[in-house]
Design a protein around this ligand. Structure first.
Ligand SMILES: Cc1cc2nc3c(=O)[nH]c(=O)nc-3n(C[C@H](O)[C@H](O)[C@H](O)COP(=O)(O)O)c2cc1C
Length: 231
């Protein structure tokens, strides 16, 4: 088998291995080294304009995780009578989306990000400010807190996907989680984690660990010709 085909097999095996894991083995913990690789996959992920419009909040304390149980119906095991992903995951993350406070064109935050993180020269900063203003106002029509936050969350989902794929390649299970009450999650983040809702809103949660049992269902997907059109 050539190198290319063995890499292809590794990739497809990882995608077949990954499933939305509902219950993890609570006794098994992901090593720090492996979890750092998952975090690196997020950190190195692409984002529109390179603005990295998301944060990752790791919720490891069992007490802190319990704060979400009542309204995180997609992670509390209510559907299968277990402690759910919240109660069994080795690692539990909440991806936060930046709001318009930082992501509106010409914001102070973006000036600093372009200069200090991206190390762009002044003339390029000026050019990107103009292009990003046009992008927000007319190209994509993304204006106001909700729309800008949703755009940030779209970038967060790229990191989410990469984290889950890298986990699967390491034999680590995961579950993406949108099953939560947005307003109550935001209020809990403010009250118990000091997250200012004017600056950050929850985008998606994701749990990692090792499956407690085999997936109950075989993977189902549409056929390729139902998904892809070639012209
Ligand atoms: C953005 C997103 C949010 C999801 N939210 C939940 C959730 O709250 N709880 C859950 O158990 N599964 C959740 N899922 C898992 C999906 O139901 C699952 O990916 C889908 O049914 C396909 O199954 P598979 O991932 O096992 O192949 C979510 C998936 C995605 C991509």
């Amino acid at each position: 088998m050539s190198d290319i085909s063995s890499a292809q097999k590794q990739i497809i095996d990882a995608f077949n291995f990954r499933h939305a894991c509902k219950v993890f083995d609570p006794e098994r913990r992901i090593s720090d080294g492996q979890f750092n690789t998952i975090l690196e996959a997020a950190r190195l992920s692409p984002s529109s304009f390179g603005f990295e419009s998301w944060q990752i909040l790791m919720v490891q304390s069992p007490e802190k995780r319990e704060l979400f149980r009542d309204f995180a119906w997609g992670a509390n095991g209510a559907t299968n009578g277990t402690a759910g992903q919240l109660g069994t995951a080795s690692h539990f993350a909440i991806l936060l989306a930046h709001t318009d406070a930082t992501m509106k064109h010409h914001s102070e935050y973006l000036q600093q990000h372009m200069r200090e993180v991206k190390q762009l020269p002044e003339e390029v900063v000026g050019f990107i400010n103009q292009a990003y203003e046009k992008f927000q106002k007319s190209d994509f029509g993304i204006e106001g807190k909700r729309q800008i936050t949703d755009w940030s969350a779209r970038q967060a989902y790229i990191a989410l996907g990469n984290m889950m794929t890298v986990a699967a390649m390491l034999g680590i299970d995961s579950c993406p989680i949108e099953g939560f009450d947005m307003a109550r999650t935001s209020a809990t983040l403010e009250q118990h984690f000091g997250i200012d809702p004017e600056s950050y809103q929850p985008a998606v949660m994701v749990a990692f660990g090792y499956r407690a049992g085999e997936p109950p269902f075989a993977k189902t997907r549409r056929d390729m010709d139902q998904i892809v059109s070639w012209y």
